[in-house]
Design a protein around this ligand. Sequence first.
Ligand SMILES: C[S@@+](CC[C@H](N)C(=O)[O-])C[C@H]1O[C@@H](n2cnc3c(N)ncnc32)[C@H](O)[C@@H]1O
Length: 258
Amino acid sequence: MGVQEKPASAFEKLTARYDAWYDTAHGQLLFDLELACLRPLLPPGPGPRLEVGVGSGRFAAALGLGVGVDPALAPLRLAAGRAVAVVQGAGERLPFGDRTFGAVVVVATLCFADDPAALLGEARRVLVPSGRLVAGVVPLDSALGRHYEAQGLAGHPFYRGARFLTLAEHRRMLADAGFTISGACSTLTQAPSDDPVGEQVHEVVVPGAGFVALQARPWPSPEGPAPRRRRASQLHVASATDSPAPGLSRRADDEEAS
Ligand SMILES: C[S@@+](CC[C@H](N)C(=O)[O-])C[C@H]1O[C@@H](n2cnc3c(N)ncnc32)[C@H](O)[C@@H]1O
């Protein structure tokens, strides 16, 4: 089914509401914390950088990502107004050639994609071999993930369309798509609250953190993109502690929960 044939998503219909949340005190606080998690994981290298599921372009603009793709047209218009070059399309079928981008960023989008595994496979395809994927996720095995899931079950217009996954499921999906985790940051370790005080950014995955940013590099493959769905048993599933991202230090006892 083509992108155009699908019913309009909540992000299409409620764009202004979604985007305005970032201007609330709570939204600004969470945005700043999440941005501080994502920023150090972005590779410094050259090459265009893409956000998949760019929405209204808040993160893309703040992170200097030049290109954004999203199936929803209304948020793309806002992203374009934030100086992001936008393309309408789905992450499962990215409208870009192989090995195009130095970085692909995916924030709060894997849980909304019809096929997050296919989206990651496409992200790997469009990355140059030395590129990096940076994925920001709300794990289901966190107080915030459970809170959002409960809101979805109660009919929340955005979260009812989400399928939240645990951190271990994200790690497995990344490995299946041909990625090795090469860095991580996390934040929102407290119970969800309208006024979180003292939240910090950790250069590791704190178990139970409500926002986790994972940096992943394509698994080396001389003959091109990795097969889409290799069996997990054939793969090296790296810990986020294997090799810190540039600029990140990591304590030896910081082990990612999975
Ligand atoms: C929660 S919003 C996140 C937007 C932006 N990344 C941000 O953090 O503000 C999720 C976005 O994913 C988009 N989306 C849904 N399904 C998608 C898919 N299959 N491929 C790419 N983006 C998708 C939605 O249209 C929406 O803009």
